[in-house]
Design a binder for this molecule. Structure first.
Ligand SMILES: [Zn+2]
Length: 79
């Protein structure tokens, strides 16, 4: 990794930074919440929508068969 972001982390007064909760998106493959600021599995754009993934495997699955994973997880037939 080259060139770290300028990130000053001071051990100051903040104890619980609840107001700065990261925005989360749902991984369409496994249903996990993914931090959109730093998706571990990266992102994939489909039909003008960006999807976020917890894991590269999830992203690969989605990229291979996006339509399958566009069905809400609760309506999906589990094999
Ligand atoms: Zn996932």
């Amino acid at each position: 990794m080259v060139g770290m972001d300028k990130h000053e982390h001071k051990n100051c007064c903040h104890t619980n930074d609840a107001t700065a909760a990261p925005e989360a998106a749902k991984d369409p493959v496994c249903g996990m919440n993914v931090n959109v600021a730093a998706p571990k599995g990266g992102t994939h754009e489909h039909d003008g929508t960006t999807f976020y993934f917890c894991n590269l495997k999830c992203r690969e699955k989605f990229a291979a068969e996006p339509d399958k994973y566009l069905i809400p997880i609760e309506d999906r037939v589990v094999e």
